[in-house]
Design a protein around this ligand. Sequence first.
Ligand SMILES: *[C@@H]1O[C@H](CO)[C@@H](O)[C@H](O)[C@H]1NC(C)=O
Ligand SMILES: *[C@@H]1O[C@H](CO)[C@@H](O)[C@H](O)[C@H]1NC(C)=O
Length: 287
Amino acid sequence: MKQFSIVIFFLFTFSSCNGDTVTRVIYSECSDRKISSSSPYQYNLNSLLTSLTNSATFTTYANFTASIASPLYPVSGIYQCRADLSFSDCESCVKQAVSQLPSLCSSSESATVQLQGCLLQYGNNSFIGKSDETLRFKRCGSGIESGGFDPNLMAMRDDLLSALTVQPGFYRSSKAGYIDGDAQCVGDQSSKECNDCVKKTVEYLEKECPSSVSGVVYLGKCYAEYATQDDHQHTYESNSNPSPEHDHGEQAGKDLAIIIGIVAVVILLIFFVAYLRRSVEENQLKS
Ligand SMILES: *[C@@H]1O[C@H](CO)[C@@H](O)[C@H](O)[C@H]1NC(C)=O
Ligand SMILES: *[C@@H]1O[C@H](CO)[C@@H](O)[C@H](O)[C@H]1NC(C)=O
């Protein structure tokens, strides 16, 4: 039976590899104002972060205000997961964002942490329900002029971006030719604010990444991104991991994980069949 647990251990180890793109840091912003660790505000903040994390197990957006420790120093917060994430990925993303706070925004009175899969934001001002179209992060992929690309790519890009602009909803996803992309607004926005925000990201993408085969723009309350289908992960690179080799390594890692997974399943089957055969033989001996 020992072999079974080893194989199962491998299966679990390698299937958990996929999670790390979700929790990669895109950007963080922290207030200069700091709070002391024993302040009532900090107690409220701890309780807020617990509420946000718990909520992420069953909804992809929520807002809370915590004031139990001290009604004089309330602290408000929101999170927004990518709407295409499962609840368990959403939860692990929000958990990860919370656990990164001490290193990214140590003791900050207000903070924003954007991971690949979720946004986490808290503060003592009423930012909830306000629109925010300030540019927080942008990244443009290689220019079409660098060669090897279909000359129609930019036309596909423009089609995709207009499709994202007119699509209704807070999470939008579309394809044009072999460019695909998505956009998402934070759940505290109205439909109109969301439309305006997505429109603004599209304008940024057109202006800042005029001839790029991929691009991503995060504003305060929404983001939009696009990429050629085979190049999709390159837009996901973050500030902290700018090297292109990283993605190739990751892809190789995923391929390896799949191969090891298949091998593990085959080994598991062999052991299982051997085990069945042995117990049948034992039963035959007994009878
Ligand atoms: C909340 O922010 C205001 C400024 O916007 C500041 O004066 C106040 O001290 C802050 N409250 C706490 C508890 O940090
Ligand atoms: C904040 O949360 C409350 C309670 O869940 C909800 O009723 C309200 O609509 C939310 N506000 C925004 C702006 O999302």
